[in-house]
Structure formats: structure tokens, C-alpha cells
Design a binder for this molecule. Structure first.
Ligand code: FAD
Ligand code: DHB
Length: 396
């Protein structure tokens, strides 16, 4: 048995949510330990999201974390909706006053880890078998096995930032949380490729063959996604099929330059919300509490927003003796969480070619989503509403 160490907060998970919570708490003088299941190399290399709302960048700037982001991020003022090969630009900055930023999630994570190194933060990687106990007591205990041996921490609160497959949410007795879930009937095949982006702005491609998204990480690296049937495996999509499908969905007017694929991934599309986002002294943030389908790029942005709110509430409670913000954390976060869910669900329906066993129902769904899409293209009011959601203004 290892000795139990006292800390203020144990953070489970070193993704964007966990690392940001711990950074913000440390800056306010709280004693924090982070337990992460994977290795540091794995966490730093994990390619995922890439689109940051202006509000997200503001949070990172305020936290002193945006030095590299401000130097290297690509700033976007609009996007392209390409419908059956015809391009329509949505100038979201003109419509809302806000840009968005393209900057890889793993760079956000590396910036957070560099800040953690600089202030001597206690981050334990390869922490296996994390166990939470006493969550409804004032002093929960968290145990884990690490490469240096078993560890145990007694704390005043646990931040569950361990993603969709994490342990925090599952450490709570059955019946406490209500989980809302929808599995969408398609997946995304994603690839990172060494080839210049097809356009300076993101291209969301709607076509009979399915949805495709052409994004980027830099002027020489593209990030592309294809709608594929559920159950597709990464190895099922050859490079040839990837580039062929992208070109067909995009149309001939925007010629692609195929390049070497550096990484491939399959993402199942699902919507999940856990209510409430807290139980006793356990508070959930980011993907541990909610998952959106990636169509509208909200997941990372929501993780950052949760982390900021949670850190503020923990500081008020633990340092300043004001418990109210922590007690109301979930109630204050859920309206924004549901706004992000609603827009992510709507864009998922709008963008994807309907899939399902009944061809008549799929044909009807296709006509309906095309009618809704046409409104965004034709009506300035519908375009502004779309833009306000896309840049995150509708939630803030
Ligand atoms: P995670 O990043 O999942 O971090 C959780 C951490 O907890 C991980 O490091 C994990 O290893 C660790 N962990 C898990 N279990 C345990 C355990 N038992 N013990 C200890 N540690 C544990 N969002 C956007 O906003 N914009 C986008 O453009 C976008 N695109 C995406 C594209 C793809 C392909 C994918 C997959 C996601 C995308 N997202 C996007 C979503 C975004 O990546 C997630 O919402 C984001 O990673 C959430 O951060 P998090 O810190 O909550 O969770
Ligand atoms: C990216 C991912 C998304 O889901 C999205 O809507 C926009 C961009 C990306 O990885 O670049």
C-alpha cells in the first residue's frame, strides 16, 4: 500500500479539458495532480480536432497559453458549402464579426504540457487502473498504478476529464446520471495527408455520394474526412479510394493533388449528454460529459469552455470558500452543451447522405435536408443563424 497524499484536486485525464483545468487551478495556487492512462508521447501525437472558435482562443490567450497559437494558427473568415459540385461561400466573419482558427488539437495539448513543465505541474502518465472512492464525502480518494508504483491521493474534488471511454463517469452508482444518446448511422474516415489544401477555407461537401470535409493543418498539410458506412475499418479505405471519392464528391472544378497519407482514423458519429455533469465531489468536463458528432467541430471547443467554468467554480469553492458556483456548475453548463448538441445534430443531418434500411424513408430524409440546406443558401437570416452557431456565438 502506498501512503495517501493530500492534494486539492485530482484531475483524471490529460486531454485538453484536464490539462486546462489543472493549468487554471495551479495558476490560482491550488495543489493539483493529473492522472493520465496513456503515455506522454501518445497524448502529444494524437491527431484529432482542428477548428477553434474565437471564444476558445480567447480563453487560451487569457490563460497565457496562446503564444504559439497566435503565431501559427490559420485565421478563417468564411467557409465553403459545396453542394453537388457548386460552391457557396458562407462569410461567417462578415455575418457575426468573429473568425475561427485552424490549429491542431495536439498542438493545443503540447502547449498545455509545455506550460505544465514550466511550472513543475504533477502529471502522471501511464496511470493504470484509476479508482475513485468516497465521491459523496468531503474527501474522495483516488488510487492508481503508475510505472513508479501505486499512488493514492486524498482530495477535495475530482475533475473527471477522461473522455468518453473514461472511468470517472462509470464510478458513479447506476441511476445517478441520465445519459441521452444517439448513434448516427454513418462514420467518418479521416486522413492527414502531405498535400496542400484544395482551398484556403474549409470545404463542406454535400453530394449524392456522401459528405466530405476538406480541412487543413498548414499550407502543406491537408486534413480530409469522408462519410463512410458504419462498420468501415481504416484499412478498408485505400489511398486510391480516398482521393477518388474526395474528387467525385468535390466535383471536377476543384482538382485535388493526392499526397502521402500520414495518418488514418475512423470516427463513429454519436451524440451523448450526461446529466447532471456532477455527483458529490466529482465534476465532469469535456467528452467525459458529452460527445457531439464532429460535423460542426464543437467537441474541443466545449471541452475548453467546460474547463474554464469548472476551474473558476473550483477556485471559488476551494480557495475562497464560496460553494455556490461549484454546486451550480452543471446547471450553468447544460444550456450551452445542448445548444452545441442541437447544432451538431442539425449539421449532421444537413451534411450527410441519409443511410438506413428503408430506401423510401432515406429518399424523404434526403429531400428534407436539401430543403433545409437551401434555406441556408438563400436566406440571409438562415445564413446568419448558421454562422452564429458555427462560430460559437449562439452559446456565449
Ligand atoms: P480527450 O481528448 O478524449 O481526453 C481524455 C483523456 O483522458 C485522454 O488523454 C485519455 O487517454 C484519458 N483517459 C481515458 N480514460 C482514462 C482513465 N481511465 N484514466 C486516466 N486517463 C484516462 N472538436 C472540435 O472542437 N473541433 C474539431 O475540429 C473536432 N474534430 C474532431 C475530429 C476527430 C477525428 C475526432 C475524433 C474528434 C474531433 N473533435 C473536434 C472532438 C475533440 O477532439 C474532443 O471533443 C476533445 O478531444 C475532448 O477533449 P477532452 O479533454 O474532453 O477528452
Ligand atoms: C476539422 C474537423 C471538423 O470536424 C470540422 O467540422 C472542421 C475541421 C478539422 O479536423 O480540421
Amino acid at each position: 500500500m502506498s501512503a495517501v497524499r493530500d492534494v486539492d484536486v485530482v484531475v483524471v485525464g490529460a486531454g485538453p479539458a484536464g490539462l486546462l483545468v489543472s493549468h487554471l487551478l495551479r495558476r490560482q495556487g491550488l495543489d493539483v495532480v493529473v492522472l493520465e492512462r496513456r503515455s506522454r508521447a501518445h497524448v502529444e501525437a494524437r491527431v484529432r480536432a482542428g477548428l477553434l472558435e474565437n471564444g476558445t482562443v480567447e480563453v487560451l490567450r487569457k490563460a497565457g497559453l496562446a503564444g504559439r497559437l497566435d503565431a501559427d494558427a490559420l485565421v478563417h473568415d468564411g467557409l465553403e458549402l459545396r453542394v453537388d459540385g457548386v460552391a457557396h461561400r458562407l462569410p461567417f466573419r462578415e455575418l457575426t464579426g468573429q473568425p475561427v482558427f485552424v490549429y491542431g488539437q495536439q498542438l493545443v495539448v503540447r502547449d498545455l504540457l509545455a506550460a505544465a513543465d514550466a511550472d513543475g505541474a504533477d502529471v502522471r502518465f501511464e496511470a493504470a487502473d484509476v479508482q475513485l472512492s468516497g465521491l459523496t464525502s468531503p474527501a474522495p480518494v483516488v488510487r492508481a498504478s503508475t510505472p513508479q508504483g501505486p499512488v493514492a491521493f486524498r482530495c477535495r474534488a475530482v475533475a473527471g476529464c477522461d473522455g468518453y471511454h473514461g472511468v470517472a463517469r462509470r464510478s458513479v452508482p447506476e441511476g445517478v446520471f441520465r445519459t441521452f444518446t444517439r448513434e448516427h448511422p454513418y462514420s467518418w474516415f479521416g486522413a492527414l495527408a502531405h498535400t496542400p489544401p484544395v482551398s484556403e477555407e474549409l470545404v463542406y461537401t454535400i453530394s449524392e455520394r456522401g459528405f466530405a470535409l476538406l480541412s487543413m493543418r498548414s499550407p502543406s498539410v491537408s486534413r480530409v474526412y469522408l462519410q463512410v458506412p458504419r462498420g468501415t475499418r481504416p484499412q478498408d479505405v485505400s489511398d486510391e479510394r480516398l482521393w477518388g471519392e474526395l474528387q467525385q464528391r468535390l466535383g471536377e472544378e476543384a482538382p485535388l493533388t493526392p499526397g502521402p497519407v500520414l495518418e488514418r482514423v475512423l470516427v463513429d458519429l454519436r451524440s451523448v449528454v450526461v446529466e447532471p455533469m456532477q455527483h458529490g465531489r466529482l465534476l465532469l468536463a469535456g467528452d467525459a460529459a458529452h460527445i457531439v458528432p464532429p460535423s460542426a467541430a464543437k467537441g474541443l471547443n466545449m471541452a475548453v469552455e467546460d474547463a474554464e467554468a469548472l476551474a473558476e467554480a473550483l477556485v471559488a469553492d476551494l480557495r475562497d470558500g464560496e460553494p455556490e458556483a461549484l454546486e451550480t456548475y452543471s446547471r450553468r453548463r447544460l444550456p450551452g452543451v445542448w445548444q452545441a448538441q442541437a447544432f451538431s445534430d442539425a449539421t449532421t443531418t444537413l451534411f450527410h447522405t441519409p443511410a438506413g434500411p428503408d430506401p423510401d424513408a432515406a429518399a424523404l430524409a434526403d429531400r428534407l435536408r436539401r430543403a433545409a440546406l437551401q434555406r441556408v443558401l438563400d436566406s440571409p437570416t438562415a445564413a446568419r443563424d448558421f454562422a452564429e452557431h458555427y462560430v460559437g456565438l449562439a452559446r456565449r
